[in-house]
Design a protein around this ligand. Structure first.
Ligand code: SIN
Length: 260
């Protein structure tokens, strides 16, 4: 097995690992350590993986989370079908931050790819935080933000309180201790105790910092790619340039803990 860095900010690829067979603990630990260091990893050449293989590998990472309002694919609870880029997936975010315990990891397996387009952008929320001046970092450490479910939750008839959470604006990674900005434009509606109008300029500034080119890695999908990201330290957004072609990926998310 070989692990190669793909960009300066974040991102690495793993070569020479077959996830359809037995996965030794030493290999798994090396992959998990690489993910914690690099924020996002791509395990190449996994096109032979069945849904059962994907669920079995996902279970090595923790408890598989069933999405509260997006249905799983038939027969495989926990696997969600991701297709055309849409306004939610095209906005920088980490997954399901409206939950009290947002997802720790996401595993996304390429099933059908367009000839070109539909790349996924990743950003290091740790580097973004580190790039701020110490006084601003200190101020942000004192703040929390209100996260609310998107219109999809309301469409599914969920009670608003069930898809709402307050999280610190800066969270420490439970394994690495790295501090990351933990606000995103999909779910955050305001800084806790501030009005939306007061919150917007600061939030927009932080979103701009997260998306600065030097904090990002752009993943150009290849057949067989299994991409795994750490939702505690990164954000992602899909590039909406798929011209009418099919794009299907299978997503599994792993339960996380309350940000602190
Ligand atoms: C997602 O936001 O979970 C999906 C990303 C993608 O479609 O590449």
């Amino acid at each position: 097995m070989e692990i190669r860095q793909l960009a300066g900010a974040l991102g690495a690829e793993v070569l020479g690992l077959d996830l359809t067979g037995q996965i030794f603990d030493t290999d798994f630990v090396a992959v998990r350590d690489a993910l914690h260091v690099n924020g996002v990893i791509c395990i190449r050449d996994q096109g032979e993986m069945t849904p059962e293989d994907q669920l079995a590998f996902a279970a090595r990472w923790g408890e598989i989370s069933i999405h509260p309002y997006v249905p799983s694919i038939e027969g495989y609870p926990g696997i969600m079908k991701i297709y055309d880029p849409n306004p939610i997936t095209q906005t920088w975010h980490s997954d399901s931050t409206h939950m009290s315990d947002p997802h720790a990891y996401t595993l996304l397996l390429a099933r059908v790819l367009p000839k070109v387009g539909g790349d996924t952008m990743f950003a290091s929320a740790v580097r973004a935080f580190q790039s701020l001046s110490p006084r601003l970092q200190d101020m942000l450490r004192t703040l929390s933000a209100v996260h609310e479910g998107t219109s999809l939750a309301a469409d599914a008839g969920l009670d608003h309180e069930a898809v709402m959470a307050v999280h610190p604006v800066v969270r420490a990674h439970p394994d690495t201790g790295g501090e990351a900005l933990f606000v995103n434009d999909n779910y955050v509606t305001r800084i806790d105790g501030w009005t939306p109008e007061e919150s917007q300029p600061l939030l927009e500034y932080l979103y701009r910092v997260i998306g600065r080119y030097e904090n990002t890695y752009r993943h150009r999908w290849r057949d067989g790619d299994l991409v795994i990201w750490d939702n505690r330290s990164t954000q992602h957004a899909v590039v909406g340039d798929v011209a009418g072609e099919e794009r299907v990926l299978h997503r599994v998310t792993i339960a996380g803990s309350a940000p602190a």
